[in-house]
Design a protein around this ligand. Structure first.
Ligand code: ZN
Length: 463
């Protein structure tokens, strides 16, 4: 009897077409090297992780679906409903499965046991055989990372008065379709953009909406058709639409029954767009957070007034939000037990609204700093990474991370890690001058400030 033996895999060497670095990988059937983990294949060859990050940025463009081609909305709606039912029950099941396998906290309730290795992909495949393997792979990966990021907050922080909840999945949970092969593709036919994909054992062609509201998204789709951009994932989801919108879509009951409502079907295309080579020069720009204004930026070695962002409106909004949260949590007394649910709902809605607002503020601020830096031919942004005190709270870490990503190829460094001795003295003067200017603008002349906390030497000394 012949026993099945595994052929020993042949070692191969993958080479990055960007920087020329090499990594070990296995040989494919044709004898070429397979793409190593974290690398990506492009039209020119393979790119390593860091070359990929500096050459491309990942974007998601969401476009409404106008109509299916060669099928009615009823037929398309039935396929979508089946897909969403599967993605919703799959997500709920996978969360419960991971929760069951999770060993949780140790006996002293202090440390979290490591999560055991779980072959979620194989388990989901066994339980949901109708879901295509690409979709299962994409969902298993995203569900695992969702679970892992929620795990610590719930198991550790909830015992300490924190309030987090497991991710919940309501119908319709977005249905992802992987990019491998021709699982999905976009083409331009005449004036229309046609998206085609496999869904429920059938190939569907749908027309994507365009127009002035979607100019930015269509521009990215054009880059994909032209071969400059790379495709990642496609996700189909739906949003609630008003009857008065006069937009095509499907009508559906809310989960758990209720009135029929119109829903607009959306396609989210995740793409890798080549980074435009931004103009960058050799100047250094200093960015600093201040106690009475949000941010100021200025060129090193210049005495001009610089670029100011006071952010008074945001300061008021943050203060108002913090006050509201404090007062609402004060009202959560145990005597008010019966009303707690409602109040809890208001708190989480308010927090979400504020988080969304801050996220968009962080992104627009970073974008305007980068465009100012480009205009000024900046090659490096040095930021004073001590937090400003103007806002009661601000997601500084996210802000710096987003700025670094957005500014590429302009280098963003923190002043405390800045090592160029020669420029240090110059920066010191700029930072001190910025602080003085702000004091003057605010009509204050504090003598108690010795200025040590505004100098680079002061920062380096840990002042
Ligand atoms: Zn490389």
């Amino acid at each position: 009897m012949k026993t099945k033996t595994r052929k020993p895999s042949i070692e191969a060497c993958a080479r990055c077409s960007g920087c020329g670095c090499e990594a070990k990988s296995k040989a494919s059937k044709s004898g070429d090297a397979k793409v190593p983990m974290g690398w990506k294949r492009t039209s020119e060859g393979m790119l390593c992780r860091s070359c990929m990050q500096s050459a491309y940025r990942t974007v998601a463009c969401a476009l409404p679906i106008v109509k299916p081609l060669g099928a009615t909305w009823d037929e398309f709606g039935t396929a979508l409903r089946t897909a969403w039912e599967r993605s919703t029950s799959l997500s709920t099941w996978a969360m419960a499965r991971m929760h069951l396998a999770d060993p949780g906290l140790d006996a002293e309730k202090k440390k979290l046991h490591p999560m055991p290795e779980l072959n979620l992909y194989a388990e989901i495949r066994g339980r949901f055989p109708d879901v295509p393997c690409g979709t299962v792979a994409a969902m298993a990966q995203s569900l695992r990372s969702k679970y892992m990021s929620a795990r610590f907050g719930i198991m550790v922080n909830n015992g300490k008065g924190g309030r987090s909840d497991w991710p919940k999945f309501r119908y319709p949970t977005p249905f992802p379709i992987r990019a491998q092969g021709s699982e999905w593709a976009v083409a331009k036919q005449g004036q229309e953009y046609i998206l085609s994909f496999n869904l429920c054992d059938k190939r569907w062609d749908v027309v994507l909406r365009q127009g002035k509201d979607f100019r930015r998204q269509i521009g990215m789709v054009d880059q994909l058709i032209g071969g400059d951009a790379l495709k990642c994932e496609l996700a189909l989801y739906s949003i609630r639409a008003n009857d008065g919108d006069r937009r095509s879509g499907m009508s559906e009951r809310e989960p758990g029954g209720g009135e029929r409502s119109r829903r607009r079907v959306m396609a989210k295309l995740v793409l890798r767009i080549p980074r435009t080579t931004k103009r960058s020069g050799d100047r250094t720009m200093v960015l600093k957070a201040l106690p009475h204004s949000f941010l100021v930026a200025r060129m090193a070695g210049q005495t001009s007034n610089g670029w100011w962002l006071h952010g008074d409106h945001q300061m008021r909004r943050i203060a108002q939000h913090r006050r509201m949260m404090r007062r609402m949590s004060d009202d959560m007394k145990s005597e008010q037990r019966s009303k707690r649910g409602g109040l809890q709902g208001r708190i989480s809605r308010q927090s979400k609204k504020h988080r969304d607002y801050m996220k968009s503020f962080v992104q627009t601020t970073a974008a305007s700093i980068v465009s100012y830096a480009q205009r000024q031919h900046v090659g490096r942004i040095v930021f004073d990474d001590r937090k400003g005190e103007y806002f009661e709270s601000f997601p500084w870490f996210e802000f710096w991370a987003y700025l670094k990503e957005k500014a590429m190829p302009i280098e963003v460094v923190s002043v405390s890690t800045f090592k160029a001795e020669k420029e240090l003295a110059e920066l010191e003067l700029v930072l001190a001058d910025m602080a003085n200017r702000e004091d003057r603008r605010n009509g204050r002349n504090d003598d108690d400030k010795d200025g040590s906390c505004n100098t680079v030497a002061g920062i380096l000394a840990g002042a």
